[in-house]
Design a protein around this ligand. Sequence first.
Ligand SMILES: [Fe+2]
Length: 333
Amino acid sequence: MMKINRLSITEAFPVFISSTCKNATKQDLSDIIEDHKNLFHELLLKHGALVFRNFAINNATDFSDIIESLELGNFVNYVGGDSPRDKVKDKVYTSTEAPANLHIPLHQELSFIKNHPKHIYFYCEVEPEVGGATIIGDARRVLKSIHPSVKEQFQQKGLTYVSHYFHQSKLMELVNRIQRSHKSWPEVFETYSKQDVEKMCLTNEFDWQWLKHDWLEIQQTRPATLSHPSTQEDVWFNQAHLYDFNPKLLGWKRYLAAKLFYMRKSMRLHEIMFADKSLIPRQSLYHVLDVLNQSTVSFPWKRGDVMVLDNILSMHGRAPFSGKRRILTALTA
Ligand SMILES: [Fe+2]
Protein backbone atom coordinates (compact mmCIF):
# COMPACT_ATOMS: atom_id res chain seq x y z
CA MET A 1 0.00 0.00 0.00
CA MET A 2 1.25 3.48 -0.94
CA LYS A 3 0.56 6.49 1.29
CA ILE A 4 0.56 9.97 -0.25
CA ASN A 5 -0.57 12.91 1.89
CA ARG A 6 -4.11 11.98 2.90
CA LEU A 7 -4.44 9.13 0.44
CA SER A 8 -4.00 5.39 0.60
CA ILE A 9 -3.39 3.58 -2.67
CA THR A 10 -3.73 -0.19 -2.87
CA GLU A 11 -2.41 -1.74 -6.05
CA ALA A 12 -4.83 -4.49 -6.95
CA PHE A 13 -7.56 -5.08 -9.50
CA PRO A 14 -9.10 -2.53 -9.21
CA VAL A 15 -6.53 -0.12 -7.70
CA PHE A 16 -8.16 1.52 -4.64
CA ILE A 17 -7.42 5.21 -4.14
CA SER A 18 -9.09 6.25 -0.89
CA SER A 19 -9.11 9.34 1.19
CA THR A 20 -7.88 8.73 4.75
CA CYS A 21 -9.75 11.81 6.03
CA LYS A 22 -13.34 12.08 6.97
CA ASN A 23 -15.41 14.53 4.95
CA ALA A 24 -13.13 14.67 1.90
CA THR A 25 -14.93 16.71 -0.74
CA LYS A 26 -15.18 16.61 -4.51
CA GLN A 27 -12.80 19.56 -4.62
CA ASP A 28 -10.29 17.54 -2.55
CA LEU A 29 -10.46 14.76 -5.13
CA SER A 30 -10.11 17.23 -8.03
CA ASP A 31 -7.00 18.72 -6.34
CA ILE A 32 -5.54 15.25 -5.69
CA ILE A 33 -6.11 14.30 -9.33
CA GLU A 34 -4.46 17.54 -10.43
CA ASP A 35 -1.38 16.74 -8.29
CA HIS A 36 -1.08 13.04 -9.15
CA LYS A 37 -2.55 12.75 -12.64
CA ASN A 38 0.49 11.05 -14.14
CA LEU A 39 0.63 8.47 -11.34
CA PHE A 40 -3.08 7.65 -11.83
CA HIS A 41 -2.63 7.35 -15.59
CA GLU A 42 0.31 4.96 -15.06
CA LEU A 43 -1.64 2.86 -12.56
CA LEU A 44 -4.54 2.69 -15.00
CA LEU A 45 -2.29 1.44 -17.81
CA LYS A 46 -0.70 -1.13 -15.49
CA HIS A 47 -3.82 -2.49 -13.76
CA GLY A 48 -6.66 -1.41 -16.07
CA ALA A 49 -9.02 -0.25 -13.30
CA LEU A 50 -9.08 2.46 -10.59
CA VAL A 51 -11.61 3.22 -7.87
CA PHE A 52 -11.81 6.51 -5.97
CA ARG A 53 -13.48 6.02 -2.58
CA ASN A 54 -14.36 8.12 0.46
CA PHE A 55 -14.89 11.38 -1.38
CA ALA A 56 -18.20 13.24 -1.37
CA ILE A 57 -19.19 12.65 -5.00
CA ASN A 58 -22.88 13.41 -4.71
CA ASN A 59 -24.43 13.55 -8.15
CA ALA A 60 -24.02 13.27 -11.91
CA THR A 61 -22.44 16.74 -12.11
CA ASP A 62 -19.76 15.84 -9.55
CA PHE A 63 -19.15 12.63 -11.48
CA SER A 64 -18.65 14.38 -14.81
CA ASP A 65 -16.41 17.03 -13.15
CA ILE A 66 -14.14 14.26 -11.84
CA ILE A 67 -14.00 12.65 -15.28
CA GLU A 68 -12.99 15.98 -16.78
CA SER A 69 -10.26 16.50 -14.20
CA LEU A 70 -8.73 13.11 -15.09
CA GLU A 71 -8.13 14.32 -18.66
CA LEU A 72 -8.15 10.87 -20.24
CA GLY A 73 -10.13 11.97 -23.29
CA ASN A 74 -13.24 13.76 -24.52
CA PHE A 75 -16.74 12.67 -23.61
CA VAL A 76 -18.55 10.64 -26.24
CA ASN A 77 -22.21 9.68 -26.52
CA TYR A 78 -23.39 6.08 -26.33
CA VAL A 79 -24.20 6.24 -30.05
CA GLY A 80 -24.26 2.83 -31.74
CA GLY A 81 -24.86 1.04 -28.44
CA ASP A 82 -28.14 -0.77 -27.94
CA SER A 83 -28.18 -1.68 -24.28
CA PRO A 84 -31.26 0.01 -22.77
CA ARG A 85 -30.19 3.04 -20.73
CA ASP A 86 -31.31 6.60 -20.00
CA LYS A 87 -29.47 9.86 -20.46
CA VAL A 88 -29.16 11.58 -17.07
CA LYS A 89 -27.41 14.70 -18.27
CA ASP A 90 -25.23 15.58 -21.20
CA LYS A 91 -22.97 12.51 -21.81
CA VAL A 92 -23.88 10.82 -18.49
CA TYR A 93 -26.17 7.79 -18.68
CA THR A 94 -27.66 5.25 -16.33
CA SER A 95 -25.79 1.96 -16.57
CA THR A 96 -27.81 -0.71 -18.33
CA GLU A 97 -31.55 -0.91 -17.61
CA ALA A 98 -31.54 -4.56 -18.73
CA PRO A 99 -33.71 -6.80 -16.48
CA ALA A 100 -32.34 -6.91 -12.92
CA ASN A 101 -32.29 -10.70 -12.77
CA LEU A 102 -30.08 -11.01 -15.85
CA HIS A 103 -26.35 -11.63 -15.39
CA ILE A 104 -24.47 -9.47 -17.88
CA PRO A 105 -21.16 -11.15 -18.71
CA LEU A 106 -17.88 -9.28 -19.05
CA HIS A 107 -17.38 -7.16 -22.16
CA GLN A 108 -15.67 -3.93 -23.24
CA GLU A 109 -18.07 -1.12 -24.09
CA LEU A 110 -18.87 -0.85 -27.82
CA SER A 111 -15.96 -3.15 -28.70
CA PHE A 112 -17.78 -3.96 -31.95
CA ILE A 113 -17.37 -0.37 -33.16
CA LYS A 114 -14.28 0.97 -34.92
CA ASN A 115 -14.30 4.23 -32.94
CA HIS A 116 -14.83 2.53 -29.59
CA PRO A 117 -14.45 4.51 -26.35
CA LYS A 118 -11.01 4.31 -24.70
CA HIS A 119 -12.29 4.67 -21.15
CA ILE A 120 -15.51 3.93 -19.30
CA TYR A 121 -16.47 5.43 -15.94
CA PHE A 122 -19.02 4.32 -13.36
CA TYR A 123 -20.42 6.15 -10.36
CA CYS A 124 -22.50 4.75 -7.53
CA GLU A 125 -25.38 7.11 -6.79
CA VAL A 126 -27.48 4.52 -4.95
CA GLU A 127 -25.81 1.42 -3.48
CA PRO A 128 -27.40 -1.83 -4.67
CA GLU A 129 -29.69 -3.35 -2.03
CA VAL A 130 -29.11 -7.01 -2.88
CA GLY A 131 -26.46 -8.20 -5.35
CA GLY A 132 -25.82 -5.77 -8.22
CA ALA A 133 -22.02 -5.69 -8.08
CA THR A 134 -20.30 -4.42 -11.19
CA ILE A 135 -18.08 -7.24 -12.32
CA ILE A 136 -14.71 -6.58 -13.94
CA GLY A 137 -12.08 -8.70 -15.67
CA ASP A 138 -8.59 -8.32 -17.13
CA ALA A 139 -8.86 -8.71 -20.93
CA ARG A 140 -5.16 -9.65 -21.19
CA ARG A 141 -5.77 -12.64 -18.93
CA VAL A 142 -8.96 -13.51 -20.78
CA LEU A 143 -7.05 -13.73 -24.07
CA LYS A 144 -4.45 -16.00 -22.47
CA SER A 145 -7.18 -18.28 -21.10
CA ILE A 146 -9.07 -18.76 -24.37
CA HIS A 147 -8.25 -22.15 -25.92
CA PRO A 148 -5.63 -21.70 -28.70
CA SER A 149 -7.86 -23.30 -31.36
CA VAL A 150 -10.77 -20.95 -30.55
CA LYS A 151 -8.46 -17.94 -30.40
CA GLU A 152 -6.88 -18.84 -33.73
CA GLN A 153 -10.22 -19.28 -35.48
CA PHE A 154 -11.61 -15.99 -34.12
CA GLN A 155 -8.42 -14.10 -34.97
CA GLN A 156 -8.07 -15.51 -38.47
CA LYS A 157 -11.68 -15.13 -39.50
CA GLY A 158 -12.79 -11.94 -37.73
CA LEU A 159 -16.42 -11.30 -36.76
CA THR A 160 -19.49 -9.87 -38.47
CA TYR A 161 -22.11 -8.32 -36.19
CA VAL A 162 -25.64 -7.85 -37.52
CA SER A 163 -28.32 -5.72 -35.79
CA HIS A 164 -31.87 -4.71 -36.64
CA TYR A 165 -33.61 -1.66 -35.23
CA PHE A 166 -37.17 -0.42 -35.71
CA HIS A 167 -38.46 3.13 -36.06
CA GLN A 168 -42.10 3.22 -35.04
CA SER A 169 -43.70 -0.08 -34.20
CA LYS A 170 -46.63 -0.69 -31.86
CA LEU A 171 -45.49 -4.28 -31.40
CA MET A 172 -41.95 -3.30 -30.39
CA GLU A 173 -43.22 -0.58 -28.09
CA LEU A 174 -45.37 -3.18 -26.36
CA VAL A 175 -42.41 -5.56 -26.06
CA ASN A 176 -40.28 -2.82 -24.54
CA ARG A 177 -43.05 -1.93 -22.09
CA ILE A 178 -42.99 -5.51 -20.83
CA GLN A 179 -39.19 -5.65 -20.78
CA ARG A 180 -36.80 -3.03 -22.15
CA SER A 181 -34.83 -5.10 -24.59
CA HIS A 182 -34.89 -3.75 -28.16
CA LYS A 183 -34.07 -0.14 -28.98
CA SER A 184 -35.28 1.80 -32.00
CA TRP A 185 -32.72 3.30 -34.39
CA PRO A 186 -33.49 6.89 -33.23
CA GLU A 187 -32.56 5.70 -29.72
CA VAL A 188 -29.42 3.89 -30.85
CA PHE A 189 -28.18 6.82 -32.94
CA GLU A 190 -29.73 9.62 -30.84
CA THR A 191 -31.25 11.23 -33.94
CA TYR A 192 -34.41 11.03 -36.07
CA SER A 193 -32.49 11.95 -39.23
CA LYS A 194 -31.74 9.10 -41.60
CA GLN A 195 -29.00 11.19 -43.16
CA ASP A 196 -27.28 11.59 -39.79
CA VAL A 197 -27.57 7.85 -39.21
CA GLU A 198 -25.94 7.21 -42.56
CA LYS A 199 -23.12 9.65 -41.76
CA MET A 200 -22.44 7.84 -38.48
CA CYS A 201 -22.49 4.52 -40.30
CA LEU A 202 -19.87 5.79 -42.75
CA THR A 203 -17.65 7.15 -39.95
CA ASN A 204 -17.78 3.84 -38.12
CA GLU A 205 -17.51 1.65 -41.24
CA PHE A 206 -20.95 0.08 -40.73
CA ASP A 207 -22.81 -1.32 -43.73
CA TRP A 208 -26.44 -0.31 -43.51
CA GLN A 209 -29.66 -1.08 -45.27
CA TRP A 210 -33.09 0.48 -44.80
CA LEU A 211 -35.69 -2.25 -44.67
CA LYS A 212 -39.50 -2.35 -44.94
CA HIS A 213 -41.45 -0.25 -42.42
CA ASP A 214 -38.37 1.88 -41.73
CA TRP A 215 -36.41 -0.84 -40.03
CA LEU A 216 -32.63 -0.52 -40.23
CA GLU A 217 -30.08 -3.30 -40.65
CA ILE A 218 -26.50 -2.63 -39.58
CA GLN A 219 -23.56 -4.92 -40.34
CA GLN A 220 -19.98 -4.48 -39.28
CA THR A 221 -16.91 -6.63 -39.48
CA ARG A 222 -14.37 -6.29 -36.72
CA PRO A 223 -11.35 -8.19 -35.40
CA ALA A 224 -11.74 -10.43 -32.34
CA THR A 225 -8.61 -9.22 -30.56
CA LEU A 226 -6.77 -5.93 -30.29
CA SER A 227 -3.35 -4.55 -29.31
CA HIS A 228 -3.51 -1.76 -26.76
CA PRO A 229 -2.31 1.44 -28.49
CA SER A 230 -0.06 2.45 -25.55
CA THR A 231 1.13 -0.82 -24.03
CA GLN A 232 0.94 -2.98 -27.18
CA GLU A 233 -0.51 -5.79 -25.06
CA ASP A 234 -2.93 -8.10 -26.86
CA VAL A 235 -6.44 -8.44 -25.43
CA TRP A 236 -9.69 -10.28 -26.17
CA PHE A 237 -11.85 -7.52 -27.63
CA ASN A 238 -15.22 -8.49 -29.05
CA GLN A 239 -18.86 -9.05 -28.11
CA ALA A 240 -19.55 -12.26 -30.02
CA HIS A 241 -20.68 -13.85 -26.74
CA LEU A 242 -23.39 -11.20 -26.28
CA TYR A 243 -24.65 -11.28 -29.89
CA ASP A 244 -25.55 -14.97 -29.94
CA PHE A 245 -28.85 -15.57 -28.15
CA ASN A 246 -28.43 -18.92 -26.44
CA PRO A 247 -29.67 -20.62 -23.25
CA LYS A 248 -26.34 -20.21 -21.45
CA LEU A 249 -26.46 -16.44 -21.92
CA LEU A 250 -30.19 -15.84 -21.45
CA GLY A 251 -31.45 -18.81 -19.45
CA TRP A 252 -33.96 -21.22 -21.02
CA LYS A 253 -37.12 -19.16 -20.49
CA ARG A 254 -35.75 -15.99 -22.04
CA TYR A 255 -33.98 -17.95 -24.79
CA LEU A 256 -37.19 -19.72 -25.87
CA ALA A 257 -39.13 -16.43 -25.80
CA ALA A 258 -36.43 -14.75 -27.95
CA LYS A 259 -36.37 -17.70 -30.36
CA LEU A 260 -40.13 -17.47 -30.86
CA PHE A 261 -40.22 -13.71 -31.08
CA TYR A 262 -37.29 -13.38 -33.47
CA MET A 263 -38.43 -16.01 -35.98
CA ARG A 264 -38.29 -13.35 -38.70
CA LYS A 265 -34.62 -12.76 -39.51
CA SER A 266 -35.18 -9.12 -40.47
CA MET A 267 -36.38 -8.32 -36.92
CA ARG A 268 -33.63 -10.02 -34.97
CA LEU A 269 -31.91 -7.64 -32.60
CA HIS A 270 -28.53 -9.36 -32.94
CA GLU A 271 -26.76 -12.01 -34.97
CA ILE A 272 -23.10 -12.94 -35.04
CA MET A 273 -21.03 -14.92 -37.52
CA PHE A 274 -17.47 -15.18 -38.71
CA ALA A 275 -16.57 -12.56 -41.32
CA ASP A 276 -16.61 -15.22 -44.08
CA LYS A 277 -20.29 -15.73 -43.06
CA SER A 278 -19.62 -19.18 -41.60
CA LEU A 279 -21.29 -20.10 -38.31
CA ILE A 280 -19.45 -19.70 -35.02
CA PRO A 281 -19.70 -23.06 -33.22
CA ARG A 282 -21.87 -22.54 -30.16
CA GLN A 283 -19.38 -24.61 -28.15
CA SER A 284 -16.76 -21.92 -28.86
CA LEU A 285 -19.10 -19.21 -27.59
CA TYR A 286 -19.86 -21.30 -24.50
CA HIS A 287 -16.12 -21.70 -23.94
CA VAL A 288 -15.73 -17.90 -24.14
CA LEU A 289 -18.57 -17.43 -21.62
CA ASP A 290 -16.88 -19.95 -19.30
CA VAL A 291 -13.52 -18.15 -19.53
CA LEU A 292 -15.23 -14.82 -18.84
CA ASN A 293 -16.97 -16.25 -15.78
CA GLN A 294 -13.68 -17.65 -14.48
CA SER A 295 -12.01 -14.26 -15.04
CA THR A 296 -14.70 -12.30 -13.20
CA VAL A 297 -13.83 -10.13 -10.20
CA SER A 298 -16.80 -8.80 -8.25
CA PHE A 299 -16.79 -5.17 -7.20
CA PRO A 300 -19.39 -4.30 -4.54
CA TRP A 301 -20.29 -0.62 -4.58
CA LYS A 302 -20.22 2.01 -1.84
CA ARG A 303 -22.19 5.19 -2.42
CA GLY A 304 -19.97 7.89 -4.00
CA ASP A 305 -17.46 5.44 -5.54
CA VAL A 306 -16.09 6.40 -8.93
CA MET A 307 -14.60 3.62 -11.03
CA VAL A 308 -12.40 4.25 -14.07
CA LEU A 309 -11.68 1.45 -16.53
CA ASP A 310 -9.32 1.37 -19.47
CA ASN A 311 -11.94 0.04 -21.90
CA ILE A 312 -9.36 -2.05 -23.78
CA LEU A 313 -7.49 -3.64 -20.86
CA SER A 314 -10.53 -4.14 -18.64
CA MET A 315 -13.93 -5.66 -19.18
CA HIS A 316 -17.08 -5.02 -17.14
CA GLY A 317 -20.49 -6.55 -16.59
CA ARG A 318 -23.25 -6.69 -13.96
CA ALA A 319 -24.32 -9.22 -11.37
CA PRO A 320 -28.09 -9.72 -10.95
CA PHE A 321 -29.75 -7.64 -8.24
CA SER A 322 -32.99 -6.85 -6.52
CA GLY A 323 -34.21 -3.65 -4.92
CA LYS A 324 -32.78 -0.23 -5.53
CA ARG A 325 -29.58 0.35 -7.51
CA ARG A 326 -28.46 3.41 -9.45
CA ILE A 327 -25.08 3.32 -11.13
CA LEU A 328 -24.27 6.05 -13.66
CA THR A 329 -21.81 5.72 -16.51
CA ALA A 330 -19.94 7.84 -19.06
CA LEU A 331 -17.45 7.26 -21.86
CA THR A 332 -14.46 9.10 -23.25
CA ALA A 333 -12.41 8.56 -26.38
FE1 LIG B 1 -21.32 -2.31 -20.80
